[in-house]
Design a protein around this ligand. Structure first.
Ligand code: ZN
Length: 198
């Protein structure tokens, strides 16, 4: 992601946690007491649009927004960078403009939705968070998730093949495959239907 994409959660509705560290080792957390839940329909729709937007040559990104229920961070809707602003997507970079962030915060506040997870594509199968990714997350709140999708979002869309990262009090940590299976659910939710907040 580009260096001018400075992100945090400055608004009261999305209070920021500790400052994003400049460089942290990405060690798997030893234990997790939280879970990410993404309805299958939303998961597939999000990846389909990221794949189309990336078009095999540029990064694309979205924010999954929703609600927190107990230990579950539940995604309800995806907001795509390229719909919020000119994301200036390139082969190795993408941005979310400051004005677009504030528009997003305002919308989420109005609909009482929270930032749940960032999701963005990488060119190949390297799905760690880059140094710039770590600095430029939209939210640094503990428990916020960040998913990196390989191969510019080309199928197969398997969560185990993606980089799933969680913000902890000690920085970003990447989940092991075993932890993804245990703590990330792509659910066949009958109740979920696309929420239009645009
Ligand atoms: Zn990245």
């Amino acid at each position: 992601m580009a260096k001018d994409h400075k992100s945090d959660c400055r608004l009261p509705e999305f209070p920021s946690g500790a400052p994003v560290p400049t460089c942290q080792g990405l060690h798997a957390p030893t234990r997790l007491n939280t879970e990410l839940v993404i309805p299958r329909g939303l998961f597939d729709e999000t990846l389909a649009e990221l794949q189309a937007r990336s078009a095999r040559w540029r990064e694309s990104a979205a924010i999954l927004c929703g609600h927190v229920a107990g230990s579950q961070w539940i995604a309800d809707v995806a907001k795509f960078y390229h719909r919020l602003c000119d994301d200036r997507g390139r082969s190795l970079s993408i941005i979310l403009a400051e004005a677009a962030k504030f528009q997003l915060y305002e919308e989420l506040n109005r609909f009482q939705l929270r930032l749940i997870a960032g999701i963005h594509t990488h060119p190949e199968d390297w799905v760690d968070l880059s140094w710039i990714d770590q600095r430029n997350q939209l939210c640094s709140k503990k428990g916020f998730w960040s998913i990196v999708v390989p191969s510019y979002g080309q199928k197969p869309w398997l969560i185990e093949n993606m980089g799933v990262h969680i913000r902890t009090s000690n920085g970003w940590r990447r989940l092991t495959v075993g932890q993804i299976r245990k703590h990330v659910s792509v659910t066949e939710s009958a109740s979920w239907k696309a929420i239009k907040i645009e």
